[in-house]
Ligand binder design. Structure first.
Ligand SMILES: O=C(O)Cc1cc(O)ccc1O
Ligand SMILES: [Fe+2]
Length: 455
């Protein structure tokens, strides 16, 4: 059941709807009426356009917003490279650091918390494909932070859209367009370019991020399911306009640009947007609201029925990134091996666990805050313990995943694993294969009297 059905504090108010044209004003009358850029916008505000797609993108894809702010974003000193020796989240930029393309199934123990860093410095690229400079591919990050961002710092990524999946702790995110409070079992998307500041009201945080270097997330098609189910559009929440009025303090705007960090000084807050309207905005979603569909007859369906958001490649139906979840659900299929089948997939599958236990892996090695990667065509499926249990289970209706939420970033791209992901994080499990699949028994019994090869 949804976990956020109580009233939220006034500070966090939301506009409901996915890909809905929203408008919000923190002061009545701050939005111009009937024009986007009048000669004199209301209250002496500056009009600024923020485009998330090419100006000429087709209407159904076009995402732009108009921001009405105290000072335009361009009012800052030049960007300067910061921490250039250490900060780099784009391996394409780092010729000395190899990215490993390997067919092995990989599984990671829970990633460590790190209380010494803030959001900006918490990002560790674990795997990825493509290159933000070419606006192709994805980056998969683990984040772990224990410090608020500096009170006068804001951050944005020019590289892509962040899909943030918190596993531990609360993210209080002040964005240019308003505030979002994001807790475990919720996700948020912060589109490319939007400036924000992350505070940690409940202490350390940890989780996963998929950065989408190309396109934007959309809801999956529902096909014969009909007009509702899976993630319903009305459950996506965008912030309302909320602004500060600080024009006397030195601020630093940090930019992740081609994986590197830059910083620019300015003498006013970037959080000065009094009103905005458009289709390009950050949003959050409570995974507890997902309306899960499953088989009510027989066989295990493809996990695409669990897709929350998808970012399509140029080939319809083939995703650069699908965000898929495995919520608590009833299994009722008859004469069926109910967990996932053994499989090899042309897509790559990176999985994480927010809490609980994933029903396809009961051996204990896939833990909250851990991860697994089954790359293109790398064979996987239930571990031996799960297989044994599920092949002998009485097939009465059973609830699986109670108190649990696993997820998958599935991509048509082969993902490479970074040095950090493979070595430096020191979390890769050496015995993943042995623990999972080497215990599988040979069950094959040739029917008595059968002779192979005789017709
Ligand atoms: O590998 C996994 O655990 C993810 C997965 C789940 C499922 O129900 C079907 C296919 C699939 O890849
Ligand atoms: Fe799989």
């Amino acid at each position: 059941m949804p976990s956020t059905q109580f009233a939220l504090k006034e500070k966090y108010r939301y506009l409901n709807g996915f890909n809905s044209y929203h408008e919000s004003e923190a002061i009545d009358g701050a939005l111009p009426i009937g024009a986007n850029s009048p000669q004199k916008p209301p209250y002496g505000l500056y009009a600024e356009k923020l485009s998330g797609t090419a100006f000429t993108a087709p209407r159904h894809e076009n995402q732009q917003s108009w921001l009405y702010r105290v000072l335009p974003s361009s009012a800052h000193a030049p960007y300067e490279a910061r921490e250039s020796a250490t900060y780099n989240t784009n391996p394409e930029n780092k010729p000395h650091e190899k990215i490993h393309h390997i067919p092995n199934q990989l599984r990671w123990d829970p990633f460590d918390m790190n209380e010494t860093v803030d959001w900006v410095h918490s990002l560790h690229l674990v795997a990825g494909a493509g290159d933000p400079t070419m606006k192709t591919g994805i980056g998969i990050f683990i984040f772990a932070a224990g410090k608020d961002m500096d009170p006068h710092e804001a951050f944005y990524s020019a590289d892509g859209d962040f899909l943030v999946v918190p596993q531990h702790g609360v993210l209080d995110i002040q964005t240019e367009l308003g505030r979002l409070l994001v807790r475990p079992n919720e996700i948020c998307v912060i589109p490319r370019g939007i400036r924000y500041r992350v505070m940690l009201p409940s202490g350390p945080v940890r989780g996963y991020i998929l950065e989408l270097y190309q396109g934007h997330f959309q809801l999956p098609e529902l096909g014969p399911i009909g007009s509702n189910c899976l993630a319903n559009a009305r459950d996506f929440q965008a912030p309302v306009a909320d602004f500060d009025e600080d024009t006397s303090t030195t601020w630093h705007v940090l930019s992740k640009f081609a994986g590197r960090l830059f910083s620019a000084k300015q003498s006013h807050t970037p959080f000065d947007v009094v009103a905005w309207h458009g289709l390009y905005y950050p949003y959050k979603y409570d995974l507890g609201r997902f309306n899960t569909i499953g088989s009510i007859s027989y066989d295990h369906p493809d996990p695409s029925i669990f897709t929350v958001l998808t970012a399509q490649s140029d080939h319809p139906g083939t995703a650069v990134a699908d965000f898929v979840i495995f919520p608590p659900r009833w299994l009722v299929a008859e004469d069926t091996f109910r967990p996932p089948w053994y499989h090899r997939n042309t897509m790559s599958e990176f999985m994480g666990l927010i809490h609980g236990q994933y029903d396809a892996k009961t051996g204990g090695g896939f833990q909250p805050a851990g991860a697994s990667l089954h790359n293109v065509m790398s064979a996987h499926g239930p571990d031996a313990a799960t297989h044994k249990k599920a092949s002998n289970a009485e097939l009465k209706p059973a609830k699986v995943g109670e108190g649990s939420m696993a997820f998958m970033f599935e991509s048509c791209l082969m993902v490479g694993v970074t040095e950090w992901g493979l070595k430096k994080c020191r979390k890769v499990q050496e015995d993943y294969n042995a623990e999972s699949w080497e215990g599988l028994e040979v069950r094959f019994k040739r029917p008595e009297g059968s002779k192979y090869g005789e017709w």
